[in-house]
Structures are given as C-alpha cells and as structure tokens.
Design a protein around this ligand. Structure first.
Ligand code: ATP
Ligand code: MG
Length: 396
C-alpha cells in the first residue's frame, strides 16, 4: 500500500532526497539527475509541477486527472529518494487546517488507539506558535474521535502539521523511499542478462548504486526460441521501472557455440563460451560508453562460478566485471527478485543459450593455459567480428 490516507486533488507528494555520500559529485548534480529521473518516471500520470524548498521536493498536481496512487508507486521506485509522503494542503488558518486534518486522516484515526500531533512552523508570522498548534489540533481530534488517546512516545498515528511560506501541509509518517543513488549519477555499465533469476537482480542492485544500464543478451536460434527473447525483453521492461530506459543488444551466438562444441574439449565448453561472452560484451559496452560489465554470478552456484573459473572469465574481459550477487545465497536473491517482480517472469520455462550445449561434467577448476590452448583451435577474431556485426538493438 502506498497511501493509507484518503487522497484528494488538494494533495501533494513530499520527497526527501537521500543523503549525498559521494564526495566528488556535487549536490546540484545529484539533485538535477534525481529530478530528471523523477520526471521520467512520472510520465503519463497527469499534469504536475515540481518545486523545491529546504531539501524537500514537492510534486503538486495541477489537474484533477492526476493519478496519485500510481504516482506514489512510481516515486517508491526512484533511487536517490530516502523518504516520501502524501500531504494535504490547507489554507493558513486554523479552521481550514483542522478541517483538512480530520478529513485527510479520518480512516487512520478511526483504526487507531493513540495519536500524536507535531507542528513545524517556518512561517514565523503565523497566528499560533508550534506548541499551540499541537494543542489546538490535539483537542479538536479528541473531540471528534473520543476513542483516541494521546501518546507522545509511540503513537499509532503521527500527524505532522507544517506551516510554510505558501501554505499549510498536513501529513503522516513518511514512507521509506528506494534509497541508493539516482540512476546515472554513478556512470554507465552493460548488464549481461540471461532469462534467469540472477541477472535482473544484479542489474537492479547496480542501478541502485547510481549506474545506468545497457543490456546484452546472447541468443542461439534455432536452439533458443523467440519466446526466450521476449522473456528477456519483459525482464528488462520490469527492471526499467527502477533503472530507467535502456538499450538491449541481442547477440547471435549459435555459430560460436557450435564451433566451441566441435573443436574444444567438452569439459571446457562453458568456460570458453563465457570468455566469448566477455570479449563480445566488452566491444559492445565500449561502443555504448560503459565503464564496466555486470553479471549475476554468485560464488559456487554452478561450475562456472568457482574462483578459478571466474579468474579465467575475467581474463577475457577488457573492463571491470561487477558481480553484485557474488556473496549472496539463492534465497536472498530470490527475495529481491520477488520484490522487484522479475521472479515470475524468470521462472518461465524457455531455454536460454547457456543450457543448450551445457556439458555433463564441466570443469570446476579450469587452468588458463589449457583454456587458451583449446581456444587456439578456433578462429576467434572472425567469430567475434561476425557476432558483433549480427547484433540487433532494441530500445526498452
Ligand atoms: P542467471 O540466473 O542470471 O541466468 P545463472 O545462475 O543461471 O544466472 P549462469 O547461467 O552461469 O548463471 O550465468 C551467469 C551470468 O552470465 C548470468 O547471471 C548473466 O549475467 C550471464 N549470462 C548467462 N547467460 C547469458 C545470456 N544468454 N546472455 C547474456 N548474459 C548471460
Ligand atoms: Mg542462467
């Protein structure tokens, strides 16, 4: 639930930006990127205006068609926001404030046993001082809801009344924002996305640290179906609710896999295939202006995710490989994939290219010299060039 108050066209959203933790990035840039991302994520919910005061961003609807529930849902997914709340605006006189407080908070107060009022007054010319506002509002609420008691330490319902320069605002406890850094404030990286559970979660975690994403997916028709490709596209669409719009590169991989399978020892198939993925991804990522690759690998999960295998994989990558899931258990990863709603898509049964040629006994401790020896049998440059030429690009 994004709002448990009864919203009306007078309501606005108050947003508190997350703390600025990066020293190199100045506050203005951080806020500019956050506002740009917010604007993008609110596209289509109705007309509104932004304003900023005292480190709070205000989203003020300007027509009655504004979809407040949808807007709150979207705000909850924007990285760089520490907290947000819906507030009712009232005129700056106590009658209007009390009337709106009761109207706005009615459902919550009916279901509560205790409450507390807090007042903040940045307009010092207002008729009452903060303690007097609290006392007046408290009395009014106790008269209207005789079942309630005041509890200043641990109230069921908190009511905050703020008197600012341009109006009065009534809101309740703030909700937790998505946290993290605004997407784009930390640079750009390429997410190697399969149809599995892990890689979309890896993309989500790096987006949370401010990284904007480009997707790379390897396909092996006719062994992989168009539905497997559509599955990856819907995973990217779901992820884009957090990470913003992305490009997706679809790389034809059949020929490379067939050549590896024809010319290299079976137990090295997976590691050599993954090294080809790294080389091709590096080329595409450089073109797209990325500073790193991201994978969904988690230590020990499968044969290609042991330390020696990771060392062999990294040796083929021309840029840093970020593996945000490396130390996580599968159930921790699944919990995140459920939260970001990629899980149900990931568990659809369509095969991806990795599963098609998977050997029965992959080597868990591959030696780089053996891998290089095996790779020498392939015309790697030619295969890579062909794959890169065959890339299709989609905008998500
Ligand atoms: P996932 O759940 O993300 O598929 P996984 O546990 O199945 O991961 P692997 O199949 O070994 O593990 O893949 C490890 C990582 O390699 C994936 O997380 C992803 O980043 C990348 N990867 C695997 N297959 C593909 C593919 N077809 N296209 C792009 N990247 C891939
Ligand atoms: Mg997989």
């Amino acid at each position: 639930m994004y709002s448990d108050t009864t919203t009306s066209p007078q309501d606005i959203i108050l947003i508190k930006a997350g703390e600025l933790v990066l020293k190199g990035l100045n506050k203005g840039t951080f806020e500019d990127i956050l506002l740009k991302n917010l604007r993008r994520s609110l596209a289509g919910v109705g007309e509104y205006r932004f304003s900023k005061a005292q480190s709070t961003i205000y989203v003020k609807p300007v027509d009655s068609g504004f979809d407040m529930d949808e807007a709150l849902k979207r705000v909850s997914r924007v990285f760089g926001i520490a907290a947000y709340s819906v507030a009712r605006t009232a005129e700056k006189n106590m009658d209007d404030i009390l009337r709106n407080t009761v109207d706005f908070m009615r459902d919550k107060l009916l279901n509560a046993k205790t409450f507390k009022v807090e007042a903040k007054r940045s307009d010092k010319s207002f008729e009452l001082k903060s303690p007097e506002i609290c006392a007046a509002a408290g009395r009014h609420i106790l008269r209207q809801f005789p079942h309630l008691k005041v509890d200043v330490h641990n109230p069921d319902v908190l009511i905050v009344i703020e008197i600012r320069d341009f109006g009065a605002y009534i809101h309740s406890r703030q909700l937790d924002g998505a946290g993290g850094m605004p997407v784009g404030s930390g640079g750009h990286a390429a997410l190697l996305i399969s149809g599995g559970i892990d890689s979309p979660v890896a993309g989500y975690m790096m987006a949370k640290r401010g990284i904007s994403l480009t997707g790379i997916h390897f396909v092996s028709p006719p062994y992989t179906s168009e539905r497997a490709e559509l599955k990856v596209i819907s995973l990217m669409e779901q992820l884009s609710r957090y990470s913003g719009n992305m490009d997706l590169y679809l790389v034809p991989f059949t020929k490379i896999q067939m050549e590896i399978s024809r010319l290299c020892p079976e137990d090295l198939f997976t590691i050599i295939m993954r090294r080809f993925m790294m080389r091709i991804s590096t080329i595409l990522a450089e073109k797209a202006g990325c500073g790193a690759l991201i994978t969904g690998e988690s230590l020990g999960q499968v044969a290609s995710q042991t330390l020696p295998a990771i060392a062999c994989t990294d040796e083929a990558a021309g840029m840093p490989v970020l593996r945000p899931l490396i130390g996580m258990d599968k159930d921790e990863i699944i919990a995140i994939s459920r939260k970001i709603e990629t899980f149900e898509i990931s568990i659809q049964p369509y095969q991806d290219c990795c599963t098609v040629f998977t050997p029965k006994h992959p080597r868990t401790r591959p030696k780089l010299e053996k891998v290089l020896e095996a790779e020498a049998k392939l015309n790697a440059e030619e295969l890579i060039r062909e794959a890169v030429e065959g890339v299709r690009k989609k905008s998500i």
